[in-house]
Structure formats: structure tokens, C-alpha cells
Design a protein around this ligand. Structure first.
Ligand code: SF4
Ligand code: SF4
Length: 543
């Protein structure tokens, strides 16, 4: 079994190495007609940029970085020229001429998208000609290797029951060198995906056939991300099924997040796009779906007829009615641990790192400050955006609408949720984003803390203070401290993953949604001589 496991590891690393090396493979040769059609499709007014690309790129056989570098240089030279023109007309106080120059500049934020689109047209060589083979050598080997590594656990882990033996003795799970390597790889992956997608255009060629079958178009970097996300979740879900095979709650919960990710977050939006409709993830609630009220989205939805209006109404009802009502009955777990894509990745890919959540009071304090600040940030941004959308103004209360949207998208949408939120799993634990950054989690947490049936009851008398529950709580809750006091856990950050209960050797912890009537106050420490416990039992039975 160990041989199969080791062989699986080698195959997986080979697949990953080919996937990484594929960035550098293949050639890019742009034809003049391709450039001309691109310039007219995009409505680019600057002749200079077309000329520069024509001189430096067209007809040449270039590698990935030479190609994207040359295109970006051409865009930069174009902007430098027009910036000089703007400065010149500004000095001469020729305002009309100065104003005219702006239309010829290319927005600096669009450089990577510009270069990506051209690279997509210009790709030639091994990857473009062997997409199926490349899929097998990357995804195929990766999946095969990972499954060969995971399946022997059925035997190696022995009888059903959670075995976390050796987690603090292995470099992959004890913040050792393997964990740091994984962190570096994940962080680089997100940096490239968000900010330099043109460098990884070869990845999109590999998935073009699947993208074409699903939505009728070639793959973008977001298609690659969505597909990869599903593949990783499915593969790591197999690991969850084996590890938690005695625990029905974990099996059903894992199946649920898989279903919502594959069907709602991936397939439905792709199919909608293939039908010319706005691709929408029906489970993605605002403010996690932070651009739901952005002008471009409101405009696209209002122009998409009945379906667009339905999505608009659904999005509002989901956030204002469905989310809080469901949290009242089931706690925030219904979303964070059963439905959400971020939670789904955290619970599958991130499961080996759940022990790294910081349990200190300082971390708890930081968590409350950060997560509520992000919630306020997202609400202020939305308020400014809506005000400007309906009035046509550019700013509200002195806050520029475009600036605040860009800032939120960059800091929270890209850096916090992606680069840090997932990249830092191996060191900070698997719920960094959910615990410290997600504005929806903050909203759900309010409802859970102050008006919800959900709680974790603790049978304190049985607790042997082993600390397993606290160690494996991904949200940094010191579960043992509550268990020792026999106190119910009603914490806004608890995502109801149920792992504290699953790892408890004494059956102390129970996740419950029972009626509120007849409950013992969760913040009271009850002793037998303070209260007649039989009264509570009888009252509860009567209610
Ligand atoms: S307290 Fe238990 S159920 Fe809640 S997040 Fe922590 S481990 Fe999961
Ligand atoms: S895992 Fe169970 S026995 Fe161990 S400290 Fe937590 S509640 Fe107590």
C-alpha cells in the first residue's frame, strides 16, 4: 500500500510539473490580419499601438514571456507618448487637444487582458496542437496520482474513525518546508491568475475543448480556475470520504458542497453563457458576491429581460430573507459548511491544515475587527455605487465610486480572498478568509450569535480535556474551554463544520438546531446546587 501511495505521489508531482512547465511551452506567432481584426473588435483608436505591435510582434515566432513582454511594451510606449502629449497640451493650455489625447491611452489595468487576448489568437505549437494529450499529462496525471495517494488510506488508516496521527510530525502539515513550498506555489498561482493571466494563456489552450463543449467559446483564465477548483474539490473530497467514513454528517456535508460548487458555481453559469444569458451563480449571496450591485452587472441584468430581473430579485431576496431565515433555523453552517464555494475548498483542499487556526485571544480580537471592517467596507462601497448608478454622479460623500470599487476588488476580492485566503492555508489554517475576511460570514455571524436555534451543546461531565476539539477547530474556537464548563457554544464564527464533535473521543459535543424554548442560558455556568436541573428537563419536555 505504501508503494502505491509513493507511486501516486510521484505521478502527481509529474503532472504538476508538466502543468507548471506548460507555461513556457509553445510559440506565439501573430498575423497582421489577426491584429487588425482584434483592433477593430476592441474599438482601439490609437494607430500608434497598432503600429508598435505590428513592428515588434507581428510575424515573429516568440515564446510566452517574449510575446507578452513585447505586447505590454508596445502598450506602455503608446501610453508614454500620449502622456507626453497630454503634458504638452496642458502646458500650452490647449484644453480641447489635451482632452482628445485620453481616448488613445490604453487603461493600464487592461494591459494583461489585452496581451492575453492577443496571445490567445497567436498561440501555435505543441500545446495548441495536442490539447487532449496535454490534458492527460496535466489533469490526468494529477488526478490519477492524487487518487493513488489517497485510496490506500482505506487500508492504512485501519478501522473507521478519525486518525490524525503524525500531523505534527510531517513537514506537509506541521508548517515545515513542504507546507512553505505549497504556500509559495499557491501564492504565485493566485498572483499570476489575478494579475498576469497572459503568462498562463497556455493553460487555457488545454481546456479549450471542454470550454467549447460547455459554453461554445474558448477557455478564459476564469474558466481554468473554475474547472481546477472543481477538480481539486472532487479529488480532495475522496480523501474526506475515506477519512470521515464513519461520520454521516461529514459525508453528507462534503457531498453537499461538491454539488453546489459543480452544479451552481460552475455548470449552470457556463450553460447560461452558452445560451447568451448572464452567467450567474445562484447560491453566491451578496456581500460575498461583492460586485452584484456594480453598474455593469445591474445594467447587464436589466438588459437581459425576464431572467435578468429574476436574478436581480433573487439576489436581493437571497441576502435579505433566505440567508437570515436559514441561519435562524440551522446556523451559519447551512451556508459556510454546506453551500459556499470558499467553504467547500477550505473543507476539502484545506482539511489537512485545519489545526493551524490561531486560538489566542489576540487572534479572536483581530478576527472581530477585521471581518466587521470588511463588512462595513463592502456596504459603504455598495452604497456609493448605487447612489452613483441612480444619480449619474461620480462620487458620494466625497468617495469616488470607481476608486472604491477598484480598491475593494484589489484588496479584498483578489488579495484577501485569493492570495492570502487560500495561499496561506498551509501556515494559517484553512479558513483564513472565512474567519477574518468574508463579509457574508460577518453578516451570518451576527444572526447566528443573536437570533438562531443553532448551538453546540457540551456534556461537560464527560470531557477529559484532551483538547482534540480545540486543535481541529478551523475557526480558532477554544472548544475545550466551553466543554470543560459545560457551556453551550454560541459563537458567531462557528461554521458548524462538526469536526470538533467528530474528533471528540467522549461524545461531549453535539450540534443542535432544537427550539429555543427551554434552553439553558449558554453563558451561565450551572452547578447542581444553583438550579434544579430536573426543572429544566421537565420544562423542556412541556414546551
Ligand atoms: S466549533 Fe466545531 S463546528 Fe464550530 S467551527 Fe469549530 S470545529 Fe467547526
Ligand atoms: S475533544 Fe471532547 S473530551 Fe477532548 S477536550 Fe474536547 S470536548 Fe473534551
Amino acid at each position: 500500500m505504501k508503494i502505491i501511495k509513493n507511486l501516486g505521489l510521484v505521478i502527481f508531482i509529474t503532472g504538476l510539473a508538466i502543468w507548471t512547465a506548460s507555461i513556457f511551452m509553445g510559440d506565439f506567432t501573430l498575423q497582421q490580419e489577426q491584429l487588425d481584426s482584434f483592433i477593430s473588435e476592441k474599438g482601439i483608436k490609437s494607430e500608434l499601438v497598432a503600429q508598435k505591435i505590428s513592428d515588434n510582434v507581428v510575424g515573429k515566432k516568440l515564446g510566452t514571456f517574449a510575446f507578452t513582454g513585447a505586447v505590454r511594451d508596445a502598450l506602455a510606449q503608446n501610453n508614454d507618448y500620449y502622456d507626453a502629449q497630454i503634458a504638452k497640451y496642458d502646458a500650452a493650455k490647449e484644453w480641447d487637444k489635451k482632452g482628445e489625447q485620453y481616448q488613445y491611452r490604453i487603461n493600464d489595468k487592461d494591459f494583461q487582458a489585452f496581451s492575453f487576448s492577443l496571445a490567445k489568437k497567436a498561440g501555435t505549437g505543441f500545446i495548441v496542437e495536442n490539447k487532449g494529450l496535454m490534458w492527460f499529462l496535466t489533469f490526468g496525471l494529477g488526478i490519477l496520482g492524487a487518487l493513488m495517494f489517497i485510496f490506500p488510506n482505506l487500508v492504512l488508516l485501519g478501522k473507521p474513525g478519525i486518525k490524525n496521527d503524525h500531523v505534527y510530525h510531517e513537514a506537509a502539515t506541521n508548517r515545515g518546508w513542504i507546507a512553505w513550498l505549497v504556500l509559495v506555489y499557491l501564492v504565485l498561482f493566485y498572483l499570476v491568475l489575478y494579475f498576469n493571466a497572459d503568462y498562463v494563456v497556455n493553460w487555457t489552450f488545454i481546456l479549450d475543448p471542454i470550454s467549447n463543449a460547455l459554453n461554445g467559446g474558448d477557455a478564459s483564465q476564469w474558466f481554468v480556475y473554475g474547472f481546477l477548483y472543481c477538480v481539486i474539490m472532487i479529488t480532495m473530497a475522496v480523501r474526506m470520504y475515506i477519512k470521515y467514513r464513519h461520520n454521516k454528517y461529514q459525508i453528507v456535508r462534503t457531498t453537499s458542497v461538491l454539488f453546489f460548487q459543480i452544479v451552481f458555481a460552475f455548470l449552470i453559469p457556463e450553460i447560461m453563457a452558452s445560451l447568451g444569458k448572464p452567467g450567474y451563480d445562484f447560491k453566491n449571496a451578496f456581500p460575498l458576491d461583492y460586485d452584484f450591485f456594480f453598474e455593469w452587472n445591474l445594467q447587464s441584468l436589466t438588459e437581459s429581460g425576464g431572467l435578468g430581473i429574476f436574478i436581480l430579485v433573487w439576489g436581493v431576496v437571497l441576502t435579505l430573507v433566505i440567508v437570515p431565515v436559514m441561519v435562524y433555523f440551522f446556523g451559519k453552517r447551512w451556508y459556510c459548511s454546506w453551500v459556499c464555494g470558499c467553504g467547500g475548498l477550505a473543507e476539502t483542499l484545506g482539511d489537512p491544515y485545519r489545526q493551524h487556526s490561531n486560538k489566542s485571544m489576540k487572534a479572536w480580537k483581530l478576527e472581530r475587527w477585521l471581518i466587521h471592517s470588511v463588512l462595513v467596507f463592502s456596504l459603504v462601497m455598495t452604497l456609493v455605487t448605487l447612489y452613483c448608478y441612480f444619480t449619474g454622479a461620480e462620487a458620494f460623500l466625497g468617495i469616488n465610486s470607481q476608486w472604491i470599487k477598484d480598491t475593494y476588488s484589489f484588496l479584498i476580492g483578489a488579495w484577501f480572498a485569493g492570495v492570502i485566503g487560500t495561499g496561506f492555508y498551509p501556515i494559517f489554517g484553512n479558513r483564513v478568509w472565512c474567519r477574518f475576511g468574508c463579509p457574508l460570514a460577518a453578516y451570518l455571524g451576527f444572526v447566528q450569535r443573536f437570533k438562531s436555534r443553532f448551538r453546540i451543546t457540551t456534556n461537560g461531565g464527560q470531557c477529559i480535556s484532551c483538547g482534540n476539539c480545540s486543535t481541529y477547530c478551523e475557526q480558532g474556537i477554544d472548544v475545550r474551554a466551553y466543554a470543560q464548563k459545560g457551556e453551550n457554544i454560541v459563537r458567531s464564527s462557528c461554521v458548524g463544520c462538526g469536526v470538533c464533535s467528530a474528533v471528540c473521543p467522549r461524545g461531549v459535543l453535539k450540534l443542535e438546531n432544537g427550539p429555543e424554548a427551554g434552553r439553558i442560558n449558554p453563558t451561565q455556568v450551572l452547578l447542581g446546587n444553583d438550579v434544579d436541573l430536573m426543572d429544566y428537563v421537565n420544562n423542556k419536555e412541556a414546551s
